[in-house]
Ligand binder design. Structure first.
Ligand SMILES: O=C(CO)[C@@H](O)[C@H](O)COP(=O)(O)O
Ligand SMILES: [Co+2]
Length: 224
């Protein structure tokens, strides 16, 4: 069965000191760190790419770098992101006509594959074939591109549908998540919670991570 994963989004961190921020999250009990790669094309914002990821990997080799690729050509960046030390690579369904090709390339490069759907994309877009071939399904709970937006609870219906259809997969939610709605997300069926503002903006990230994990653990125990 799946386990609770708390995944701070470094977009809300002090990016001038990214490696130290990632280390701080590991020390605070985070399971993964969520790295939002944006190309200024798929989304109207630019963050960082493989050279920065490689530096973080060198400085914090124990970190599980969970890449959320908001890029117009997801297959193009797979080799460089893998070389930079990423453990998983999630791309957007809306960014490609051939998700199977992107998934195959991610696996060939030794990473876990994930596919993301934006708020306007229905969960039915994830066919049985696609869903069964990835490790992680990401349901965006804000429009991709920026941190600090308001959570869209209507997206949780898609989480529930995907959990029903793919009981053993990691189902991730991303956008406007924190201790206040972690339970609601887990009740819908999510076990991987991304949180930027809520964790990096917390006076006590360790306590926030702990609180979020307890909410997810409590719900997962009911599924078994
Ligand atoms: O992918 C994205 C935004 O596009 C997210 O990962 C955000 O970075 C989450 O930030 P918060 O909503 O938790 O502040
Ligand atoms: Co993200």
């Amino acid at each position: 069965m799946v386990k609770a994963v708390i995944d701070p989004s470094v977009l809300a961190s002090d990016l001038s000191d990214l490696a130290a921020e990632c280390k701080r999250m590991v020390e605070s009990g985070a399971d993964w760190c969520h790295m939002d790669v944006m190309d200024g094309n798929f989304v109207p914002n630019i963050t960082f790419g493989p050279p920065v990821l490689a530096c973080v990997n060198k400085a914090v080799p124990e970190l599980y770098m969970d890449i959320h690729a908001m890029v117009a050509n997801p297959k193009q960046w797979v080799p460089d992101v893998a070389k930079a030390g990423a453990k998983s690579y999630t791309f957007h369904y809306e960014a490609t006509d051939s998700p199977a090709d992107v998934i195959a390339s991610i696996k060939e490069h030794g990473m876990k594959a994930g596919i993301a759907i934006s708020p306007e994309t229905p969960s039915s877009a994830i066919t049985e074939e696609i869903g069964n071939s990835v490790d992680l399904l990401l349901v965006m709970t804000v429009r991709p591109g920026f941190g600090g937006q308001k959570f869209m609870p209507e997206c949780l219906e898609k989480v529930a549908d995907l959990r029903k259809r793919f009981p053993s997969k990691n189902i991730q939610v991303d956008g406007g998540i924190g201790a206040g709605n972690a339970c609601q997300c887990a009740q819908a069926g999510s076990n991987v919670l991304v949180a930027g503002t809520a964790i990096f903006g917390s006076k006590d990230p360790k306590a926030t991570i702990h609180e979020m994990r307890s909410s997810v653990d409590g719900e997962i125990a009911k599924w078994e």
